[in-house]
Design a protein around this ligand. Structure first.
Ligand code: PBG
Length: 349
């Protein structure tokens, strides 16, 4: 084996004799920042980033989310102010999540399809303010609207209470329609009920919204990394967990089945969520589909990085840059990330 530095420096030969012959020296292409930049294989562009917003009813409401430093819930007026700032920095895509007070939730998730709810209102306001300069995605899921916090409706069976797949589809489709009527570009179903992409596609088409797309949360794991989001969206399940509908983190082949089904049902884009613990899934999915792939760098990933920065064990600009590039490198076209505004403002990408 050839070593660059002899183990015993006292026996170092004279400079002219020192160099060993290597056909390939990879360090030749790492000699300057300019050279490294010129051969970088992965680029993160502002238009690759999708910024999430939590929208609440009312006006003048701003509620910081303790576990997600720098992220707040906003009523539509404050959301518009934040959005304008984000747009100035180069954000061109957003995803909206509605957050409702407990007294606006019920067993049927009726509020999910309310055209005057926070998400349809925010879609209309953003569309009016920015026209088609902005790409608007909306999360479609019942968990922020059900009194029990599950992503679907409940049903009593001989085996106990279950999350009922097919009755949930109707309310999910009604929610998607309310967003389509308000002017969304793509709805993003995150509920993980079977068949929801096809059901929503049909409902949109039947109502004359064939131009509205579907970003399917195709591969969504039952993950511990959603903890801060559930605080943000008041959407933690009041009993049980989401393991009967979200995927088991131990499974990879099943992810390919989920993605193939959503594609067959009419999805326009596919998502893998969370992002960092599932880079292998992104990389495996990439060669199997020509659809745009989206990675969701979720709340727990954001909170973990922020917490490490706060106690001084990570360099935030470098860490965020590395995270975003790793997702692109693994195969993502687009990245949903709470880091978007800071990353652009501070020029971390
Ligand atoms: C709704 C939904 C969740 C997230 C996005 N949509 C939470 C969940 O499934 O419990 C998580 C996003 C994040 O953690 O940033 N179902």
């Amino acid at each position: 084996m050839l070593l660059e530095t002899p183990a015993n420096p006292s026996s170092t030969p004279a400079a002219s004799e020192e160099s060993v012959f290597l056909v390939q020296r990879l360090r030749r292409l790492r000699t300057s920042a300019a050279l490294r930049e010129s051969i970088a294989e992965t680029v993160v562009r502002p238009s690759d980033l999708i910024l999430p917003f939590f929208v609440v009813p009312g006006t003048g409401v701003e509620q910081p989310i303790a576990s997600m430093p720098g992220v707040s819930r906003h009523s539509v007026d404050g959301f518009l102010v934040q959005l304008e700032r984000a747009m100035r920095l180069g954000v061109r895509s957003i995803v909206l999540f509605g957050v409702l007070p407990d007294n606006a939730k019920d067993e049927a998730a009726a509020g999910a399809s309310d055209p005057s709810g926070p998400v349809p209102s925010a879609i209309r306001a953003a569309r009016q303010a920015f026209g088609n300069d902005l790409v608007i995605y909306s999360d479609v899921c019942l968990c922020a609207h059900t009194s029990h916090g599950h992503c679907g409706l409940l049903k009593q069976t001989p085996r106990g209470v279950v999350i009922d797949n097919d009755s949930s589809l109707r309310q999910l489709a009604a929610m998607a329609l309310a967003h389509a009527e308000a002017g969304v570009d793509l709805v993003a179903p995150s509920d993980m009920m079977d068949g929801r992409v096809g059901y929503i596609r049909q409902a949109l088409d039947a109502a004359g919204h064939s131009e509205v797309g579907i970003l399917a949360y195709a591969v969504k794991y039952a993950s511990a990394f959603y903890g801060p989001f559930r605080e943000a969206a008041h959407s933690a399940p009041s009993f049980g967990d989401r393991a009967t509908y979200q995927m088991d983190p131990r499974n990879a082949r099943e992810a390919l089945r989920e993605a193939a089904l959503d594609l067959a049902e009419g999805a326009d884009m596919l998502m893998v969520k969370p992002a960092l613990p599932y880079l292998d899934i992104l990389a495996r999915l990439r060669p199997t589909t020509q659809l745009p792939l989206v990675a969701y760098n979720v709340s727990g990933e954001y909170a973990m990085l922020k917490a490490a920065v706060k106690v001084g064990v990570l360099d935030e600009p470098k860490a965020v840059r590395e995270v975003l590039h790793s997702l692109k490198r693994a195969g993502a076209d687009l990245i949903i990330t709470y880091h978007a505004v800071e990353a652009l403002e501070q020029q971390w990408i």
